[in-house]
Ligand binder design. Structure first.
Ligand code: G
Ligand code: G
Ligand code: MN
Ligand code: NA
Length: 254
């Protein structure tokens, strides 16, 4: 079967899974939130990476329905998860370009929060820097309405997409995610150290949180600490895991 047909069937069957990767506050040594990452368990092909099907979903417009399914699952899961913890965590959901042109998105999110009786701060949206810069005019009014709901926005892959700092100032942004490519060689490349500490310092001045992604080694962690980057995510703490394994992952970290 063609991938597109299979994608439609999987949407119909609601057979996508959402996995979660913890984001850790280094000072508190606590898991403060989770990135939601969609997974497609395919009968013949096995686990299909979102890197393969998200672009197709985006091209065909199926991303809007897929995005709704992911958002619904993520909200349901975080609502359940938070009842078992004394401090509520947030779930950060990735959004594609087309979703950020959907004028119904803010109302949809508002209804979703009510349905799951979630505080707005329990939901974050990740938008890549390049998506933002490519469609600022169309997306900015939508993003402002989302901000008014109290939902936080995070700029994903920060540092790779030529964001203009003047745009950054206009945007209702809550946090920056330092792209994995800068974290990867931070133990050997002094330029990467300079980039990470500059982004962290700028974020602090602008009152933004900063999250380092793709942290795999304890040596990277120490440098990130020295750069005042307090939130980290990566295989060092936990890979993305299915919901059933999340509590166990949190207990290992904390
Ligand atoms: O988890 P993994 O490395 O396989 O994810 C690959 C890519 O797919 C990443 O760029 C990630 O942002 C993207 N991705 C994962 N889940 C979603 C999702 O629910 N929606 C969108 N739009 N992108 C996602
Ligand atoms: O594009 P985005 O940043 O949303 O994608 C996150 C992707 O990074 C996911 O596919 C996730 O599985 C992957 N990822 C998460 N932690 C690590 C890590 O420590 N190392 C590597 N190489 N990939 C990671
Ligand atoms: Mn992301
Ligand atoms: Na990223």
């Amino acid at each position: 079967l063609e991938l597109e047909t299979e994608l439609r069937e999987a949407l119909q069957d609601r057979s996508f899974e959402v996995w979660y990767q913890p984001q850790v506050d280094l000072q508190q040594k606590r898991v403060v939130g989770f990135e939601a990452l969609v997974r497609w368990r395919h009968a013949q092909r096995g686990m299909v990476s979102p890197a393969e099907f998200i672009p197709l979903a985006e091209e065909t417009g199926l991303i809007v329905e897929l995005g709704h399914q992911v958002l619904e699952q993520a909200c349901r899961d975080i609502a359940v998860f938070n009842t078992s913890r004394n401090q509520p965590g947030y779930v950060a959901v990735n959004l594609s370009p087309r979703q950020l042109k959907d004028e119904q998105l803010p109302d949809y999110l508002d209804a979703l929060l009510s349905q799951h009786q979630l505080l707005p701060r329990c939901l974050e949206l990740e938008i890549t820097e390049s998506t933002l810069m490519d469609q600022m005019d169309q997306s900015l009014p939508i993003l402002h309405r989302i901000e008014q709901l109290g939902i936080a926005l995070s700029i994903d892959d920060f540092g790779t997409g030529y964001s203009s700092l003047s745009y950054l100032k206009q945007l209702p942004v809550h946090s920056l995610k330092i792209d994995r490519s800068f974290v990867q060689d931070v133990t050997t490349d002094r330029d990467d150290v300079a980039i990470v500490s500059a982004i962290s310092a700028m974020a602090a001045k602008l009152n933004l949180d900063v999250v380092a992604e793709g942290v795999e080694q304890v040596e990277q962690l120490q440098i990130l600490r020295d750069c005042n980057c307090n939130l980290v995510q990566g295989y060092y703490f936990s890979p993305p895991v299915p919901f059933e394994k999340l509590l166990e992952a949190c207990n290992r970290i904390e």
